[in-house]
Every structure is written in structure tokens, then in C-alpha cells.
Ligand binder design. Structure first.
Ligand code: PLP
Ligand code: COI
Length: 339
């Protein structure tokens, strides 16, 4: 295996082991690690026809002492179960989820990038409806699988700002599935994302589907802005994905940086209140937003080329905690036993 750890992007790399369990007749089997990276599923699987599937994204971080951290994986488990509930899929018990994640990381430990490379191991838990079916109804069987791969930055600038564009499309409906991490939301984002990329923007900014006046989130991350009077502001909406990174930053903004955390409305015609802005998420980490294109208007925040000081400070706090260099709030870090 030769991997250039410092120059990884966000692409699929096959690692040797993944976990796979099946649900049938009301319960999960114990699951196992397998080397097969293909799923063999029935042609009538609800995941294929009706989008009955949900997924998660979390990362493993190599510490300076060689150990491996997970960042708030219990929150991913809880969110996966909320997504599963929304689509009438069975719960994956939290202990089972955490054990599967740890087994996969341990089995693929040589793919966890070295401390200091800036890269991480991205872990993708996936829950899909499978088995014989054709009507619009929940599947008779389910597969829960967890696989992983080493990754670098999701937005190619990393900590260098990139630009985003306000989308005319909606990502989610007011009472739809926006808060669930389900594939349908991402399928709906492919055309808007393509159009944004064609115009050289990193991704779309979606507005609230009801009034189209407020920022909801980025296609693959939540949005935050920092005001001149030191507020850390993120949109509050029932149709955005409740980002674990965002909630962690709300906490760190207040307790480590002394900013005032605000979850509230972010009106598109009030972007002037922000001196810095960014996208945050597991894959995105903290990606500074240089500017936002909205129709004919292009609004620049701190700079199109330099990360702002508060965004950088938040990035250092967050990643310092994730890599084990800074003490974490209680319960945020899970060690992966490697013996
Ligand atoms: N919003 C969307 C649409 C996402 O896909 C993600 C990624 O998971 C996020 C926000 C960020 O969530 P988290 O911080 O839990 O990774
Ligand atoms: C994540 O940050 O884990 C995501 O799911 C974002 C994207 C890769 C879909």
C-alpha cells in the first residue's frame, strides 16, 4: 500500500474490511467483517426503488501517541436511528453501531492516516431496505454495513476559502426529510450541485423552502457566520441536517472562544452582518466561505483567499480535540481499542 497521505482528496479507496449485518424477522444477526465490497441484493429492494435507505458519516483520527479517536460516534448512531424512524426502518442499537464502527477501524487500522498528515479515516455506516418487494411499503429485510477509507479535504481548498452559489432549487420540503440523512436528499442535490460546479462554485447554498429568504445549509454541510460583535450564528430550521460538527462548534464558540452562540434565522439580505462565514461538517470539517453568489450579486465575507481569524481559531480547537491534542468536553472522544 502506497498512499500519499498529505495529498488525499475525498475519493473512494478500497480498504480491506467492512462490517455487514442483516435484519430479518424482527432482529439483527450478529454481523461480521467481510472483504467483499459489493452488496448482493434482491432486485425488488426498497432501497433501489423507493429510496428506503439512510447513512452516516464520521471519522477516525490518529493521535500523536499512535492511538485512534472517534469523534462523537454516539451522536451519529442517534441520528441514524432518527433517520431510520423517518423511513420506517429498524433501529440499529447504539452498542451494535459503535461496536461495528470500532471493529472496522481496528481491522483497517493501517489505513488510518498518520498524525500530522491532516488526513483522516472517513467511516460510512449505511442502512438499506432489501429483500423481495414491489409495493410502496417498508422492506422485509435490511442490511447495515460500515465501510471506511482515508480522505483529505472535501472542498478542495481545505482551509483556503472557496465560493458558493445560492441555489434556485430546494433541497428539502418544509415537513419533508431534510433533517434525516437519507439518500433522496442527496439525489435531489445532484443537479443543483452539477450546475454549481459547472460555474466553478464549490457547492450550493440552499434557502428555506417556504420563503426562500433565509440560508438553510450547504449541499453537504451546515452554514455558519460570525458577526462583528462576536456572535457565532447558524441557521435554525427543521429541514436542515442537524450537524454534529455544528453543535460542537456552537459549544466551542462559546466555551473556548468566548463568542455568543446563536441558532436563528440567517436572512440572505443581511449577509453584511457577517465578517466571516463557513461550511461545517464531518467531511467539510470547517471550510471557509470566500463569497456567495446570489443572482447577480456576489457577497464577499472576510476574504476570498485567506481564512478569517475566528474561523481559524474554531478550526484549531475542533481539530485539536479530534486529534487528541486538546482536552475534549466530556463524552466527545471515543478511543478505538487496537489490541
Ligand atoms: N448537512 C448536510 C447536508 C450533510 O450532508 C452533512 C454531513 O454529514 C452535514 C450537514 C454536516 O453534518 P455532520 O457535522 O454531522 O457531519
Ligand atoms: C459527511 O460529512 O459525512 C457527509 O455525509 C457529507 C457528504 C460526503 C455527503
Amino acid at each position: 500500500m502506497t498512499i500519499d497521505w498529505s495529498n488525499l482528496g475525498f475519493s473512494y479507496i478500497k480498504t480491506p474490511w467492512r462490517f455487514l449485518a442483516t435484519w430479518k424477522d424482527g432482529s439483527w444477526n450478529e454481523g461480521e467483517l467481510t472483504e467483499d465490497n459489493y452488496l448482493h441484493i434482491h432486485e425488488g429492494s426498497t432501497a433501489l426503488h423507493y429510496g428506503q435507505q439512510c447513512f452516516e458519516g464520521l471519522k477516525a483520527y490518529r493521535r500523536k501517541d499512535g492511538g485512534i479517536n472517534l469523534f462523537r460516534p454516539d451522536e451519529n448512531s442517534k441520528r441514524m436511528n432518527r433517520s431510520a424512524y423517518r423511513l420506517r426502518m429498524p433501529e440499529v442499537p447504539e452498542d451494535f453501531f459503535l461496536d461495528a464502527v470500532k471493529q472496522v477501524v481496528k481491522a483497517n487500522q493501517e489505513y488510518v492516516p498518520p498524525y500530522g498528515s491532516g488526513a483522516t479515516l472517513y467511516i460510512r455506516p449505511l442502512l438499506i431496505g432489501v429483500g423481495e418487494n414491489i409495493g410502496v411499503s417498508p422492506a422485509p429485510e435490511y442490511i447495515f454495513t460500515v465501510f471506511c477509507m482515508p480522505v483529505g479535504p472535501y472542498f478542495k481548498g481545505g482551509l483556503t476559502p472557496t465560493n458558493f452559489i445560492v441555489s434556485d432549487y430546494d433541497r428539502a420540503a418544509p415537513n419533508g426529510t431534510g433533517a434525516a440523512k437519507v439518500g433522496g436528499n442527496y439525489a435531489a442535490s445532484l443537479l443543483p450541485g452539477y450546475e454549481a460546479h459547472q460555474r466553478k462554485f464549490s457547492d450550493c447554498i440552499y434557502l428555506d423552502p417556504e420563503t426562500h429568504t433565509k440560508i438553510e445549509e450547504v449541499g453537504s454541510a451546515n452554514f455558519f457566520g460570525i458577526t462583528a460583535d462576536n456572535e457565532f450564528v447558524t441557521p435554525k430550521s427543521p429541514s436542515i441536517l442537524p450537524s454534529i460538527t455544528k453543535y460542537s462548534l456552537l459549544h466551542l464558540a462559546q466555551h473556548s472562544l468566548g463568542l455568543t452562540p446563536v441558532e436563528g434565522d440567517v436572512y440572505l439580505n443581511e449577509l453584511d452582518r457577517f465578517v466571516e462565514a463557513g461550511a461545517c461538517g464531518t467531511a467539510a470539517v470547517i471550510s471557509p466561505i470566500g463569497g456567495i453568489q446570489n443572482g447577480e450579486d456576489f457577497h464577499v465575507f472576510y476574504s476570498e483567499t485567506e481564512v478569517g481569524p475566528q474561523t481559524k481559531a474554531l478550526y484549531d480547537q475542533l481539530t485539536g480535540i479530534q486529534f487528541g491534542d486538546i482536552a475534549a468536553p466530556t463524552g466527545w472522544i471515543f478511543d478505538v481499542p487496537l489490541k
